[in-house]
Design a protein around this ligand. Structure first.
Ligand code: GLU
Length: 441
């Protein structure tokens, strides 16, 4: 059975880059009737916050990305210690005492000599008495996983065949000096024990994957299928990493962006399939194929979500925006005709009722000086509401005949005077909704 997981660290709000990871893993699980796990990578007690856990859940719920199981790494620390013990017994785990400054110096020397800055494994050469002396002097060291110096190969769902020389990678630190287990180990233990079959994550994790493949094998687990999606850039190709904080899903929500707009864009952006607005999660899942995504950086423009959101909103029924219509005070009997008149001119669900005050109380008319006499004359020819669906055509025909105006010169000043805006719903639909006779104020 397919098992995937989305494994955010609850150290901040989810952004559009996280969403890509969540969505791909969710789709893969749902497509095959598998299990989707929400795993909170909260081994860092200083940076992980309950507030972010709640926010992550809220964002996923908003998007309708339901999960079947929730796991927290902080509940599983004993499992990680057990795995560490196993690696120790196998001789694949060693303690090292270099300080960050010493490591930095080593790296600089290596770089100066044109060599890759890979940890030199000096700690492996220490004698027992040297280790005891370091321990007495510096306390506990960090624990590193001893890589087998061979090539690590896998066929990646997005990158294709990947081959990494373990000699070009430092033995990863899995336990910090203060005893805190790091994500690299915790994730491996979880993936094995939870039976994770597919891991999709950002391409910033490719080197992690190389080391984790060896760790999974050492611990006797089954290596999952990996796929690393490209990183997102801004519309002109600029790195997004620093701006991701401003692309939080909750900001999208506050702007009134629709979940289906976000999901439709992100489920295809960067793939060879066209981005099309889908109306359901089922439609998103259908036709999704991770192999169709490319490895090149993917351009993302948050503004693309604006017209897509408007299209979602235009597809809604009056009952879907009932709350907003209530707030605006649209009378129940007029809801259907109001909504069908205005929906093409509404950008977000929250704005659904925004035309009602114009119809209910009249707009502040916009009238150019040279049109004032014309508009006044036209208003004199208009009776009292309620107006009928043909009021606009009868009225404007009569005004045309009387004044000789036609086309834009006839219609635009009247639209501006009645609605206060140059653009908006069809005037034939507007007239029957007017609750007061338009006037020049
Ligand atoms: N907590 C890790 C992250 O957010 C998870 C990476 C993974 O999917 O293994 O980057």
């Amino acid at each position: 059975m397919t098992v995937t997981r989305f494994a955010p660290s609850p150290t901040g709000y989810l952004h559009v880059g996280n969403l890509r990871t969540a969505l791909f893993n969710w789709i893969i699980a749902r497509k095959s009737g598998g299990t989707f796990i929400l795993r909170l990578d909260d081994t860092d007690p200083d940076r992980s916050k309950q507030e972010y856990v709640d926010a992550i859940r809220e964002d996923l719920e908003w998007l309708g990305l339901t999960w079947d199981r929730e796991e927290r790494q902080s509940d599983r620390l004993d499992r990680y210690q057990g795995a560490a013990e196993k690696l120790r017994e196998m001789g694949r785990f060693y303690e090292a005492w270099e300080t960050p400054t010493e490591l930095d110096l080593k790296r600089k020397k290596q770089l100066n000599m044109g060599r890759p800055p890979v940890y030199d494994r000096a700690a492996l050469a220490l004698s027992d008495s040297e280790k005891a002396a370091l321990k007495a002097e510096r306390g506990d060291g960090v624990w590193r996983f001893k890589l087998d110096l061979e090539r690590i190969d896998w066929t990646d769902g997005i990158l294709g065949d990947v081959s990494i020389d373990a000699a070009s990678v430092s033995d990863p630190v899995l336990i910090r000096q203060d005893g805190q287990v790091l994500y690299t180990l915790a994730s491996v233990v979880d993936d094995i024990e939870m039976g994770v079959t597919h891991v999709v994550r950002g391409s910033d994790h490719v080197t992690n994957t190389a080391t984790q493949v060896q760790m999974i094998r050492a611990l006797g687990g089954e290596v999952p299928e990996f796929a690393h999606h490209s990183l997102l850039t801004g519309p002109t190709g600029e790195a997004l990493s620093k701006r991701l904080g401003t692309l939080a899903l909750r900001d999208f929500r506050e702007r009134g962006i629709e979940p289906m707009a976000v999901l439709s864009l992100m489920a295809r952006l960067g793939s060879s399939d066209p981005v099309e607005l889908r109306d359901s999660h089922a439609a998103l899942i259908e036709g999704f194929d991770i192999n169709r995504f490319g490895s090149a950086p993917t351009k993302f423009d948050v503004e693309d979500l604006v017209p897509m959101t408007a299209r979602v909103v235009q597809g809604l029924d009056a009952s879907d925006v009932g709350d907003a219509l209530d707030v605006a005070g649209v009378p129940p009997a007029l809801r259907a005709s109001y909504w069908s008149a205005v929906k093409g001119n509404i950008a977000t669900r929250a704005e659904a009722g925004s035309w009602w005050p114009v119809f209910a109380n009249g707009a502040a008319p916009q009238v150019e000086d040279e049109d004032r006499a014309f508009v006044s004359e036209a208003f004199d020819m208009l009776g009292e509401p309620p107006y009928a669906p043909d009021t606009w055509s009868t009225w404007t025909s009569a005004v045309k005949e009387k004044t000789g105006r036609k086309g834009r010169g006839l219609f635009m000043p009247l639209r501006l005077a009645v609605t206060g805006q140059a653009r908006g719903p069809e005037m034939a639909d507007v007239m029957p909704l007017l609750q007061t006779k338009p006037s020049l104020g």
